[in-house]
Design a protein around this ligand. Structure first.
Ligand code: MLC
Ligand code: AMP
Length: 457
């Protein structure tokens, strides 16, 4: 996976740049070697965690884990105590500190020999519709298969300079945005934050391949000067949530590029994508990547239904949760994405919705309504809570919490969630109601809440 670190593409002082600090491949390999040596000295270590700030330290930790064969659990840096404790306890990971100045000799190994038990490389925590986040175990083989398929689709090579500023604790920023650069040998410029100004500045430094979630692209489209700076890029890629057609059109007008969309999930990595030089259609996410097969589980006569898939990029399971893993697959072994899709006559896939309203995508972050409801119910003044995602021009969806509570303000509840879980999981609005509407079985009727919200009630 770490082809660039073998010297296959040469080296340069600024091969990897994160939030303004640069390192050569040799320096990165040395720092990662020190992490790997620490992990080996503490063996056996089941997994290790690192506070995944946007930094060279996070890159060194992840690479060190790969060298040592110990899976890394990247912790969201703003995770509050509840989320942090859950992830550390659930994974059994030991939290380590990285000093990028420390170096130890290391050599990246070749691809792991084929075996029935693929080596876990990363454990990424992600929310389901209910309960606490689950650890998604990703093998080195799955990651490598995905990166190679993407390199093929996007003609991604060592000639590229990859630019993005996405968080380093999810698939988009970490797997594609860091490991992808180390696999293909493209120079990496991580801008620290994904702001229009930072993306534009990186264009002057030769940025050719740009990654962003739709919120990032819509902010760029609203900053015409920054957008114009991207006209010299080779390829703009959007993913993690649906790219609104107006944003697509604005970007095309301002940058001269038709952004390529791709679709994925933590559990499957990226499975469907547009191709560099291929047809790019607004509202469509492209065709299956090499090795991926898809099908639509539709009712007889219907053309849309749940997107299901199989292929070499799939996860190895939810850590310690065999039942949840089994439930994620059909009886004949296809992964159930929970996304509702349609396939056009020419094979172009379109994502048209999600099976569950309890899965919210806000700013490209996947947030389970149940996790936010549980956090709110942990507040002593809250008696009932129901959380929904409401369409939002900037974030795609914004989290709105309906609560039955007295003696507490909406801001206090927002801050409670932001500090208890993570900042991005905070409700953007809190509405106080007399009771959560329920059906005869006592199940919250969230449809009534979202319909009222859309009517502005
Ligand atoms: C506001 N802030 C608070 C707060 N209110 N802090 C604490 N308590 C409160 N009550 C502060 C924050 O600290 C932060 O400060 C600032 O407000 C803004 O935070 P934010 O609202 O979270 O940022 P925002 O600008 O809205 O973020 C937009 C965004 C972000 C696009 C930058 O949503 C983002 O990075 N999204 C990427 C998600 C992603 O990578 N998903 C990929 C999943 S993988 P400060 O100082 O820090 O600014 C996947 C697979 C696939 O989906 O297909 O790719
Ligand atoms: P996550 O687990 O954070 O990786 O989120 C995965 C989910 O993001 C998918 O199930 C989809 O709902 C959504 N998603 C990712 N990419 C796209 C896209 N290009 N268009 C629409 N939804 C997407």
């Amino acid at each position: 996976m770490l082809t660039a670190l073998t010297g296959a593409f040469g080296d340069r002082a600024d091969a990897v740049s994160v939030a303004g600090r640069t390192a050569s491949y040799e320096e990165l390999l040395g720092a990662a070697g020190a992490v790997a040596a620490d992990l080996a000295a503490r063996a056996p270590v089941r997994a290790f965690a690192v506070t995944a700030t946007a930094s060279l330290e996070t890159v060194a930790a992840v690479v060190g884990g790969l060298l040592a064969g110990v899976p890394c659990v990247p912790l969201p840096p703003d995770a509050g105590p509840a989320e942090r404790d859950h992830i550390l306890r659930d994974s059994g990971a030991r939290l380590i500190e990285v000093d990028f100045a420390r170096r130890a000799p290391a050599a990246p190994t070749g691809p792991a020999a084929a075996s029935d038990t693929p080596d876990p490389a990363l454990i990424l925590y992600t929310s389901g519709t209910t309960g606490a986040p689950k650890g998604v175990v990703l093998s080195a083989a799955a990651i490598t298969a995905d990166l190679d398929a993407l390199a093929d689709a996007w003609q991604w090579s060592a000639q590229d300079t990859l630019v993005h500023g996405l968080p380093l604790f999810h698939v988009h920023g970490l797997v594609l945005g860091v490991l992808g650069a180390l696999r293909t040998g493209s120079r990496l410029v991580h801008t620290g934050r994904p702001t229009p100004e930072a993306y534009a500045e990186a264009a002057e430094a030769g940025g050719s391949l740009y990654f962003g979630v739709p919120t990032v692209w819509s902010r760029i489209a609203a900053a015409p000067q920054a957008a114009a700076a991207l006209s010299g890029a080779r390829l703009l890629v959007s993913g993690s949530a649906a790219l609104p057609t107006p944003v697509f059109r604005d970007l095309e007008q301002l940058t001269g590029h038709r952004p390529v969309e791709r679709y994925g999930m933590t559990e499957t990595l990226i499975t469907v994508s547009g191709r560099a030089g291929g047809e790019v259609r607004p509202g469509a996410v492209g065709t299956p990547l090499t090795g991926i097969r898809t099908r639509i589980a539709a009712e007889p006569g219907a053309e849309i239904g749940e997107l299901q898939l199989v292929g070499p990029t799939l996860f190895s399971g939810y850590l310690g949760r065999p039942e949840a893993t089994a439930a994620a697959f059909t009886e004949d072994g296809w992964f159930r994405t929970g996304d509702i899709a349609a396939v056009d006559a020419d094979g172009m896939h379109r994502i048209v919705g999600r099976a569950s309203t309890d899965m919210i995508k806000s700013g490209g972050y996947r947030i389970g309504a149940g996790e936010i409801e549980n956090a709110l119910l942990d507040h002593p003044q809250v008696r009932e809570a129901a959380v929904i995602g409401v369409p939002d021009a900037d974030l795609g969806e914004r989290i709105v919490a309906f609560v039955v509570a007295e003696g507490v303000t909406g801001t206090e509840l927002t801050d409670f969630v932001a500090t208890h879980l993570s900042v991005h999981k905070r409700p953007r609005e809190v509405r106080f109601i007399a009771a959560v509407p329920r059906n005869a079985m006592g199940k919250p009727q969230k449809r009534l809440l979202s319909d009222g919200e859309q009517r502005g009630e």
